[in-house]
Structures are given as C-alpha cells and as structure tokens.
Design a binder for this molecule. Structure first.
Ligand code: MTE
Length: 303
C-alpha cells in the first residue's frame, strides 16, 4: 500500500530490550511514574541499578499499569491474570459498521514490523522501541468512520477479577484516552501487538495498545477493548486525575514544562550508566511529520 511509514531510525538506535524493560526501576517506588520524576536525573545510584541489563527478575518486576496496582511488584505478580484470548474490540459511535471486532480479524489488517519509535516518558527519560502492530487508520477504516466524527475515544478492559489494582481509586476506572481524528488517522499512530519481535507482554498492554510517538508515553493506553468515534473531545484518565498537569494533547514539547519540572531535556535509557541528558526534540523528533496537525494552535494553552 502507498504511504506506509518508513523508519528513519536504524537498528543502532534501538534501546536494548533488557534496558527497555528494566527502566521501570526508574519509575518504581510508590505511585510509579507520573509525579515522582523530579529527582530523576540526579541519582547515579538509582541510575546504575535501573540500567543493569541482566537481571530478568528485576526487569519483569517493574511496570506501569495501574490496573494491576501501583506497587513496584504488582504488575509482575498480577498481569499474568489478564485473559487476553479471546479478545475483541468494540468499535462504536460514528462508524458505518459498529460491532465487536475479534482480535484475529483485526490482525488481518496490514501488519507492520519494527517501527522504531522514540518513546518519551513524561518523567523525562526516553527510549527507542521496535514495535509491531498495525496502523490505527487501518482499523478505523475497517469500521468506516462517518463524516462528522472528530475524535476517537479509547477504553482499557476493566476486570476487577483479573485486575487487583482497580479496587483502589488512584485513577477513575476504566482507563480512558482520546485522540483527535486527524491524530488517530496519522500513519505514525499505531496499535502495537508486539515488541522486539515478540507478542507484547501483558504488562505492556497485551494484546493491543496504542502508540503515538510524538506524545508522552502515558497516552499509550493498554489492552484496549473499546474505541468510540465521536464529535466531542473525550475525557482522558490523567487529565481527569490532574487537569493542571496533564492536558488532552500531551504532545512532547520541550518548550512547555510540566508544572513541577522542565521537559527541555531527557535521559536516554540504555546509553550507559551515566548517560547524559540530551535536548528533547519538538514533537519527540516527529515535527516534520506532525507539526502541520497543530498549525495555528497555541500549544501552551493546548498542552
Ligand atoms: N494504560 C492503562 N490501561 N493503564 C495504565 O496505568 N499507564 C500509562 C500508559 N498506558 C497505563 C496505560 C503510562 S503512565 C505509561 S508511561 C505507559 O502506559 C507505559 O507503557 P509501557 O509500560 O509499555 O512503557
């Protein structure tokens, strides 16, 4: 098909798989991730531990999937409980063919391999990850987006029997996310079903999760069960939890600080124990591809 995305990054840019998984240690401790980052760059001891690439036990103990709990061991203990087969995604709202789309049928869409994307976390670390999956646009085309639809809303499975974390109101459940339709249809926006050539681990959002490489990682909603086409801007979990700190767009933007820390630089994971911070790129390096989506918009107001 025409217009498929071409990688500009190479194998040499890829974050080693062990480091990709192990970086969770950086976020570990209490309500992992969002909010704890302030001291991140300045802790060599933590950095050293975090970047040890060999300890698989540690690697799989650290994750960021609050439905399984916010304690550092919770996802490794509980994510296995998530039943990922059978799986289907309900597509509804402003589409011609609403209904339940079985995962196997979805996978008949054009699959893609090794999209090497920069992944920039709001805590100011970054990676390059090889994803497999398909372009979200292909799935939306299967359902037939109606004219008048302006946004796409996403919802994660909510299974109290399988997700021990959802009994705690750390977020409002189910986890939800949203994109503007043009963002969703952009060829860079994918639904990932694998990483590093393997099926995506449950902790990372099996069997399919969103990846939008010019946005902060928390937009990447995991284990999606519902997609709704709508003409109104949908709510997003982190915006509901803390609207001052997390906006709808969440585009990577070195010029717009998080209220509690700068977003001007990042620390690449896997670049050595004391990897230097590097300048963060506008739209995470995808400016050429996506800047036009936001022309004329005030990105400080629409953060
Ligand atoms: N999706 C769900 N359903 N629940 C979550 O807690 N965490 C988000 C995002 N998607 C989250 C989620 C956050 S904060 C981040 S940084 C990324 O997933 C982490 O994805 P990764 O573990 O694959 O890197």
């Amino acid at each position: 098909m025409a217009n498929r995305w071409q990688n500009t990054l190479s194998e040499n840019d890829v974050t080693p798989e062990a480091a990709f998984l192990n970086r969770r240690q950086i976020m570990a401790g209490g309500v992992a991730g969002l909010g704890l980052a302030s001291g991140l760059g300045g802790s060599p001891a933590l950095a050293q531990e975090a970047l040890d690439p060999n300890d698989y036990e540690d690697i799989t103990q650290y994750n960021n999937y609050y439905e399984f709990g916010t304690g550092k061991d919770d996802p490794s203990r509980y994510a296995d409980q998530l039943t990922t087969t059978p799986w289907s995604v309900k597509i509804e709202g402003m589409v011609d063919k609403p209904g339940d789309y079985a995962f196997e049928d979805i996978m008949k869409a054009v699959t893609i391999e090794d999209r090497l994307y920069r992944f920039r976390c709001v805590e100011a670390w970054s990676m390059v990850v090889p994803w497999n999956g398909f372009e979200l646009a292909d799935l939306l085309d299967m359902a037939g987006v109606q004219s008048g639809a302006k946004y796409v809303a996403f919802e994660t499975a909510l299974r109290p029997d399988e997700m021990p974390g959802v009994k705690f109101p750390v977020l409002e459940w189910p986890y939800v996310e949203g994109l503007r339709l043009d963002e969703a249809m952009h060829p860079l926006t994918i639904m990932a079903t694998g990483i590093y050539g393997n099926d995506i681990p449950n902790q990372n959002g099996a069997p399919l999760r969103l990846v939008v490489p010019w946005k902060y990682g928390f937009k990447s909603i995991k284990s999606v069960v519902r997609i709704t086409l709508t003409d109104t801007q949908p709510p997003t979990s982190w915006n509901k939890a803390n609207p001052r700190e997390y906006g709808f767009y969440s585009n990577v933007n070195p010029e717009v600080d998080h209220p509690r820390w700068s977003q001007a630089t990042e620390r690449p994971i896997g670049g050595g124990l004391f990897a230097r911070r590097v300048p963060t790129l506008m739209f995470n390096g995808y400016e050429e591809e996506v800047a036009s989506l936001y022309s004329g918009m005030d990105l400080k107001a629409n953060f």
